[in-house]
Design a protein around this ligand. Sequence first.
Ligand code: SF4
Ligand code: SF4
Length: 59
Amino acid sequence: MAKPVVDEATCVGCGACVDACPVDVFEMSGDKAKVVNPDACVECGACIDACPVDAIKLA
Ligand code: SF4
Ligand code: SF4
């Protein structure tokens, strides 16, 4: 099962992934998105589509 990974150097802290994820995989940690619940990911791709800077990968 793939797990979402945020490239913190690329993330601009917009929060779109937090809003997009149907299973609350992400939380904001300061001005970066953090993966807090990777095992819940259902690989829907919504976070990847929502991220404006391509900071999220499924790895
Ligand atoms: S792929 Fe879907 S379920 Fe997985 S972290 Fe992204 S939005 Fe959430
Ligand atoms: S959508 Fe992308 S840029 Fe925005 S908080 Fe999430 S990882 Fe960061």
